[in-house]
Write a protein that binds this ligand. Structure first.
Ligand code: PMP
Length: 383
């Protein structure tokens, strides 16, 4: 909903502006269009065609608990994790969802439902938290769970669900849970635990782990995410949720994801996918840091290099977002808007408004324009 609102606002801003002199640059949404350049370079060799007679059925694998998931997709997901070394898949249950957004809802349902709670279970996440968690938890006013804010402030003794995002959206930190009470249930959202954004320090092995092609390969429009789950009953309840809400996941999207994941795992593309991602992100972060050098009116976090098991070397971290901090009391989103740059203000992440998130996932041409406008933003912030 935030994304759609942002599109509408951008559209209305665009109509109000003299397009010839200044265009509004959208760095608000995490739309991964930076990957377009890579997939364009791959050309037509890897196009998939789907005939009218193919994939008609609701079913993909009636023998599996996740009966709407194509077996080849499950295999490609396992292959990719084994190649990258970012998650344990051996002996784990894998379920596909309509993006990881649907899997977040499915996980909240699957964890809360068996408790039959007298009042909704608290859903928390440490601030700054991913701005969609509050909406996802509260949108349908469920009797099972409700958003309860910053995990640092959670003091109750009743059962709770903590969303752990690592690397975190918006600040790029590698994170663990912060509440750490015995009656807590954890959902690990690992959308950005890929080598283009961070060092892969270990294959993680948590109860519920969520991934998505949106941020891994850039195919956000395919709406394919997956969950890796330890407990078979939790996995079954997640699948039940998806059965009730959408009767599964598009086979066309699954077929496309299969072809793309296979291409990456077998490195059958003309150039290595993760090397492309790493070099684009590294270049953008370098330019941004250079532009902010010598000023403290706008700060972005530093990340010490960590050993990346995938790269077999020390890796600088280049998060998908720059979590920017301006002087206390300033409204950074508003200041950026005055320079026709849309960013997402700190408030939506549970933080003060002198913070804002800048997406690093857009197209090169927009990043270049942003860098050109930065000096006048810095001037504005210094006054
Ligand atoms: N989790 C996090 C942390 C995200 O940043 C996003 C996308 N912005 C999602 C989940 C949802 O991704 P999708 O539904 O496209 O898989």
């Amino acid at each position: 909903a935030v994304e759609v609102e942002a599109i509408k606002t951008t559209e209305s801003m665009l109509t109000n502006l003299d397009l010839e002199t200044v265009s509004v640059l959208d760095f608000d949404k995490g739309d991964p269009t930076m990957y377009e350049a890579y997939w364009k370079s791959i050309g037509e060799d890897f196009e998939i065609t789907i005939s009218a007679s193919q994939a008609l059925s609701y079913f993909a694998n009636p023998k599996s608990f996740c009966w709407f998931m194509l077996p080849k997709l499950e295999q490609e997901i396992r292959n990719l994790h084994n190649l990258v070394g970012n998650a344990v898949v051996e002996g784990r249950h894998i379920a596909v969802g309509n993006g990881s957004s649907q899997l977040i809802q499915a996980a909240l349902y699957a964890l809360a439902e068996p408790l039959d709670p007298p009042s909704p279970i608290s859903v928390v996440s440490a601030a700054p938290f991913y701005s969609c968690y509050p909406q996802i938890a509260d949108y349908v006013r469920s009797g099972l769970f409700k958003w309860a804010g910053d995990a640092h402030a959670y003091v109750k003794d009743t059962p709770y669900i903590e969303m752990v995002t690592s690397p975190n959206n918006p600040d790029g930190e590698l994170r663990g849970p912060v509440v750490n009470k015995a009656n807590g249930m954890l959902v690990h959202d690992l959308a950005y635990y890929w080598p283009q954004y961070t060092a892969i320090t270990e294959p993680v092995d948590h109860d519920i782990m969520l991934f998505t092609v949106s941020k891994c390969t850039g195919h956000a429009g395919s709406r394919i995410g997956w969950a890796i789950v330890k407990d078979p009953d939790v996995a079954k309840r997640m699948v039940k949720f998806m059965e009730i809400s959408t009767i599964g996941v598009s086979k066309e999207a699954q077929l496309r994801a299969i072809s793309i994941l296979e291409m990456i795992s077998t490195n059958s593309c003309p150039s290595n996918f993760f090397e492309f991602g790493q070099s684009v992100m590294a270049e953008r972060w370098k330019k941004l840091r250079e532009a902010l050098k010598g000023t403290d009116v706008l700060q972005v976090p530093d990340f010490p290099p960590q050993h990346c098991n995938f790269k077999r070397d020390y890796n600088e971290c280049h998060p998908a977002y720059a979590w920017m901090k301006a002087q206390e009391g300033l409204n950074l989103e508003e200041v950026m808007k005055e320079e026709s740059i849309r960013v997402r203000g700190g408030g939506t992440f549970g933080c003060p408004s002198n913070y804002a998130r800048l997406s690093m996932l857009g197209r090169d041409k927009d990043v270049d324009l942003l860098l050109k406008r930065l000096p006048s933003i810095l001037k504005r912030l210094a006054h």
